[in-house]
Write a protein that binds this ligand. Sequence first.
Ligand SMILES: Cc1ncc(COP(=O)(O)O)c(C=O)c1O
Length: 386
Amino acid sequence: MSSLDDFVQAKLTALEGRHLRRTVVTSARRDGAIVARNGRQLISFSCNDYLGLSTHPALAEAARQATETYGVGAGASRLVTGNHPLYDELEARLARLKGTAAACVFGSGYLANTGIVPALMGSSDLVVIDELAHACLFAGARLSGATVVTFPHNDVARLRGLLADRRAGHARAMILTDGVFSMDGDLAPLVELGRLAGEYDTWLMADDAHGIGVVGNGRGSTFAGETPAEVPLQMGTLSKAIGCYGGYLCASAPVIAFIKNRARTLVYSTGLPPAVVAAAIAALDLIAGNPAYTALPLRKAKMFTARAGLQEAVSPIVPVIVGEPENALAGARMLEAEGFLAVPIRPPTVPAGTARLRLAFTARHEDADIERLADLVRTRILKGRP
Ligand SMILES: Cc1ncc(COP(=O)(O)O)c(C=O)c1O
């Protein structure tokens, strides 16, 4: 074996020994919540297609027509010739949904975060980031070259102390947080964060990957409270409840014009396939026309938490925290034997000691399946817990 193969083999063996080795399993998702894996049909609670839109006929038809009209690939970066006519419409709709003057669509959510933060922040600046924020917000923060400081999860008082101590030492500052936390399902206190950001002339960016389409009447986490939060940088993805692919930023017109000039992941990367952009437009149409449907995933998650004896869900994501990685693997194996897919989530995706089954509820789950899952979780995974 070469030294390269030796090197990675040793790393893989170490991961295996700690129950942290991951594998990529071929998964054929079908209509509804069914997924075929390893020759079995399972009811999946591990998919972010919260509204089931990825298999909706209206999206498939929009994608087919766009492919016929504009071709399969965009052919170039958006700043060259990849900016096909569907982008204008998608950006106008996103801006309308989020109540901003403008929007910019990126190749993915990961590309959005790693493009936006370095475009706005530099080496004389300060980025403060929630300790449980998504990996790609951390990646964007580190790429920017700014001083990066984490604050304890959702702790507004500690964040205030941090800004009081450190804000004055930097030219510009930014707060980064998930709107709905991807592995915990809880919401950021965006109203309070927005106020604090205003007090310290700090720019708040919330990643709404798991909020758009499913909280705040489908408008996302900025709109989840009684009054909308003050969030000048509303970032998100089209890959979850929207059922497609791509990322976005909704913000003021000057911010969006600047981002289109300076975000390297936008400028130096090919535009999205026209089919994906057309399908996202169709998804936003469905969401705008069916507010009751957008409430279903959260309703189903609440039904689950009530029956399983867990704290009431506030988003479609419910973590069942089991501690060590082997407990998560054992829980997932037990559920799989019962016909359910709940992929175990282990460090480094979540902090050590908090391995979990991360359950994602969708509008397409049957109530009877949710009840059976809740009973299994209560009696066979959480048994004996206070
Ligand atoms: C909170 C959060 N932000 C960003 C992303 C990345 O989005 P995308 O899958 O579009 O790259 C994800 C998930 O993948 C996420 O959970």
